[in-house]
Design a protein around this ligand. Structure first.
Ligand SMILES: Cc1cc2nc3c(=O)[nH]c(=O)nc-3n(C[C@H](O)[C@H](O)[C@H](O)COP(=O)(O)O)c2cc1C
Length: 212
């Protein structure tokens, strides 16, 4: 299995989301190959005025204007690379109730008509990354994932689930790493619990991959 790990934490070894992703990966079948996309270190093309007009051209079925062709080739390559993987991990902190802007930038770059989704004749959307599993590892200081009342404020996992569904990835698991703020012993326990949930889901992935 070729796995893509999209790592959206800019933090060093103090990251809370990354060690849970790493535990998940350690538990996967030994011939899993893992590629990491550290979103804060990726040289993603900016999507300014011209580039976005080119996207509207594409969506209308027209060619990309000459001056944007090479930048669009970079986007196309990244989309193709993204689609080559068999499974995805997204580990991310919550930032201001959503995801960090570097992760949003990647999503905006690789969500392209004719590449990761297409429109059907009825005006609906067909995701082009279908049939693959993904796991969202969502860290937050506040207890999202535990406190139902807070669920309406959780645009981090709601956004990622909606986006993954949009591009056709519907086999989703989620591991919340939260709360990551509070007394040290509580946070330590939460990290252990989150890693244990990661182990359970990774073993489930191993079983499913063997039977598929
Ligand atoms: C800019 C910024 C905004 C944040 N916004 C939220 C937030 O809205 N809700 C929350 O629960 N935690 C928030 N946090 C806390 C992080 O989600 C939390 O520390 C998380 O564990 C970080 O994960 P990481 O260590 O893997 O980067 C924010 C942190 C930063 C740096």
């Amino acid at each position: 299995m070729n796995l893509l790990h999209i790592d959206a934490s800019p933090r060093d070894e103090r990251s809370r989301s990354r060690p849970v992703a790493q535990r998940f990966i350690e538990c996967l079948h030994e011939d899993t190959s893992v590629t990491v996309w550290p979103v804060w270190e990726m040289d993603l093309p900016p999507l300014g005025t011209g580039m976005i007009e080119a996207r509207y051209d594409l969506i209308m079925g027209n060619a990309v204007p000459e001056k944007h062709v090479s930048a669009w080739a970079a986007i196309q390559n990244l989309c193709e690379e993204f689609l080559r993987f068999d499974a995805y991990i997204i580990s991310t902190p919550m930032w201001n109730f959503g995801v960090p802007y570097a992760l949003k930038h990647l999503v905006d770059v690789i969500t392209q008509p004719g590449m990761t989704f297409r429109n059907d004749r009825e005006g609906g959307v067909v995701g082009l990354a279908g049939g693959k599993p993904a796991v969202i590892i969502a860290a937050s200081a506040m207890p999202f994932g535990k406190d139902e009342q807070m669920a309406t404020l959780d645009f981090q996992s709601a956004y990622l689930k909606t986006w993954l569904n949009f591009i056709g990835i519907e086999r989703l698991d989620q591991i919340n790493v939260s709360p990551t703020f509070g007394p040290e012993e509580d946070v330590t326990k939460e990290m252990l619990d989150a890693k244990s949930r990661a182990e359970t889901i990774a073993l489930k992935w191993n079983d499913n991959l063997q039977t598929n």
